[in-house]
Design a protein around this ligand. Sequence first.
Ligand code: GLY
Ligand code: MN
Ligand code: MN
Length: 436
Amino acid sequence: MITRAEFAHRRRALMDIMGNNSIAILPSAKENVRSRDTHFRFRQDSDFHYLTGFPEPEAVLVLLPGREHGEYVMFCREKDPHMETWHGRREGQEGAKKHFGCNDAFPIDDIDEILPGLMEGRERIYYEFGNHPEFDSDIMTWVNILRAQVKKGAHPPGELIDLSHLLHDMRLIKSKAEIRVMHKAADISSEAHIAAMKLCQPGINELRIESEIKYQFANQGARHEAYSSIVAGGSNACILHYVENDALLNDGDLLMIDAGAELEGYAADISRTFPVNGQFSEVQRTVYDCVLKANIEAIKVVKPGNAWSAPHDVAVRILTQGLIDLKILKGELETLVETEAYKPFYMHKTGHWLGLDVHDVGDYIEGNEPKRLSEGMVLTVEPGLYFPPKTKGLDKKWWGIGVRIEDDVVVTAKGHKVISNKVTKDPEEIESLMRH
Ligand code: GLY
Ligand code: MN
Ligand code: MN
């Protein structure tokens, strides 16, 4: 669990970097219409959640380092018995203070009157430009109110600084508590993958598997998927973001599942591939073994000091060598890697940062170099090979095979820790699990 003290620590760390004479302003996520007057289930903006844990829309966080009357200010909805009867409970200003540690809280409807006063005398505004288009113009309106009062002695802020960068640097390094939550999210997801393997048999629908995964997540306390699960039988696995999940699963095909639970806002992101009938064919096994080797060897280079891209480089070499061995590519390894000859069969990167967002924030480049790994970073390692049907020049025996094996890996002080290993990726263990 992320404690109130940890949320407070994050705000303190951010304010220490911002320095006094500055103000940070961050709006919550908006509710989005799904159909006429009903909404998608609300999900808080990850940055807003990271700093507050406050779960409501129509809220604005304001941080004022060094402010005597309180540094942590929240604008949020007022309590309203009528609205709460129809739409659910609200914290109100008292709840924001009592349950979320705000020093001060005001009704969101009063923001136009109050916020310019909070900005006054602060030199720098930290704000995420472009992420909340309507809010961008509100910020300028408030600054302009102060500019119009300069003759009366007002001091409008002179500098606008991007808040995302500071915040995303912080979010890239996970605390021990964050890693514990992510490990739990990965455990829950692994159990769901195991259940899917046990349930799978020829003739059932991908949707049945998807519903089992959702049930397993929710039943273990993770109400949401971190992203739409991909349940892709046969050649559907060659569509990278396949989410229809409505086809029958055929005897003799593989099933690729890419599914991860969200817990306390944190994502897991795990892929496993296994035979629908519980037994890999020889041809499937050759492809699977190649991807598995790429996955295992790529994970080995996850350690502090290595480039974040090191796992990708390792995976690409192994997959390319595999394609040569399978006689799918011809030529020298070095040349084929250099000319990216593997790209028709391996078109995505081997991983990404993982955290509150499944494709989490944080730079991938530092200076002109790939970012170096350091303790507390969490990334996926997810090599794959994809052979869509009717691929020109490709022997038919490969058609329709798509394999991805994706793990979640924490960078530790000396190396790494795989947190998605509760579900096996060993082909014989998968077959044994599916027999029982
Ligand atoms: N599930 C999305 C990804 O693997 O990046
Ligand atoms: Mn994935
Ligand atoms: Mn991924």
